[in-house]
Design a protein around this ligand. Structure first.
Ligand code: MG
Length: 357
């Protein structure tokens, strides 16, 4: 044996990997042995391969899938560093969505064991309006507000309007006396499934060229259950501060998260409108439960508002208008004063206590 070659056992020990793992990595072209004895089939590794083997071990410890490790290992260190950062940003995004779901489940199961009579019943005061804007030939957005449901859908493609209205129509059952009762998470999931099917039928023939976003809040009397997919947004104004409670599912937002793009570059990126996901059977919407407090003001809007009106101005308009109706119309007017490049839809809802009822 040549002097700088190690047996698979010795190499495995030095690389903190098992011989079994090394054989798997060989089969997957992740780490080929430096030499395979043609007679015995024994694998030998060069000392110089240790660096790569240990990188593989570290990436395994991060939980990176093998196919992605193979890509990272083929890169120069600076590019590999960027790839690892991008991978981790994705893990954190997915973990955050799972954390929200876990909290939702904990809340649901905890609430099931306490008497509903103890809950102070709050109410919503609401307004929804949708406007074509000044540039688009038609309005493909749909906005809805009722005593239990707030929703905005932004349709795109040739059948964008039928798509957004089908999504909202399918959810409206939640806002009727016939609404099913029970576990809010299941209720929302079933309604979203119905909406997804309705959108699928509405865009039949247009394939992936048409569809809709969906951002909706279901009122439970003390909390709001959020379902969200796409680049429409939900905000809450609380104690004078404006907080966004949704993430944009856009290609550029994922590039920002992964450190490939700055927010400034994203604002003028040619693909800034491109959605990462929309309401389709294969995409998973974000779900979370939001505790409501008297005095909260919620805003749902399509990107026709958020792309032209910066958050501080949205906050100002929400704080300086007395009612949901005046707020909605002030926001839409501001988007149109800024050029109205897209359809713009806003839903504003105030949480009020029993004394205000
Ligand atoms: Mg839009």
């Amino acid at each position: 044996m040549r002097e700088n070659m190690l047996t698979i056992g010795a190499f495995a020990k030095a690389a903190r990997l098992s011989p079994k793992a090394l054989r798997l990595y060989d089969e997957l072209d992740l780490l080929k042995p430096g030499r395979v004895d043609p007679d015995t089939g024994y694998r030998y590794y060069a000392v110089a391969q240790l660096e790569r083997a240990r990188l593989v071990a570290w990436l395994r410890r991060l939980g990176m899938p093998l196919a992605r490790i193979r890509q990272v290992c083929a890169l120069r260190p600076a590019d590999a560093a960027r790839e690892i950062r991008a991978y981790w940003a994705r893990v954190e995004t997915e973990t955050a969505a799972r954390r929200d779901l876990a909290e939702f489940l904990v809340e649901e199961l905890s609430a099931a064991s306490v008497s509903r009579k103890d809950t102070t019943m709050l109410e919503l005061r609401y307004c929804a309006h949708s406007d074509r804007g000044l540039v688009r030939p038609a309005n493909q957005d749909t906005a809805y507000a009722g005593s239990r449901l707030l929703a905005v859908a932004d349709g795109f493609g040739p059948t964008g309007h039928p798509a957004s209205s089908a999504a909202i129509d399918a959810l409206r059952i939640l806002d009727t006396p016939e609404a099913p009762t029970g576990n809010v998470l299941n209720l929302l999931d079933d309604a979203v499934r119905g909406a997804t099917d309705a959108v699928h039928d509405a865009v039949a023939g247009d394939g992936e060229d048409a569809g809709t976003t969906l951002t909706a809040l279901l009122w439970t009397g003390s909390r709001l259950a959020l379902v969200h997919i796409g680049d429409s947004r939900a905000y809450v104004l609380r104690g004078g501060g404006l907080f966004r409670i949704t993430d944009d599912h856009t290609v550029v937002q994922s590039m920002i998260d992964e450190g490939r793009l700055t927010p400034e570059e994203a604002a003028t990126h040619p693909q800034r409108m491109l959605l990462l996901k929309a309401l389709t059977p294969t995409a998973t919407p974000d779900l979370r439960l939001q505790d409501a407090e008297p005095g909260d003001r919620y805003l749902l809007c399509s990107d026709g508002l958020s792309r032209v009106i910066p958050d501080p101005q949205i906050r100002h308009l929400l704080t300086s208008t007395p009612t949901p109706d005046t707020a909605v119309h002030a926001l839409i007017a501001a988007a149109n004063e800024a050029g109205g490049p897209d359809n713009v839809s806003c839903v504003v809802a105030d949480v009020v206590g029993p004394s205000a009822a």
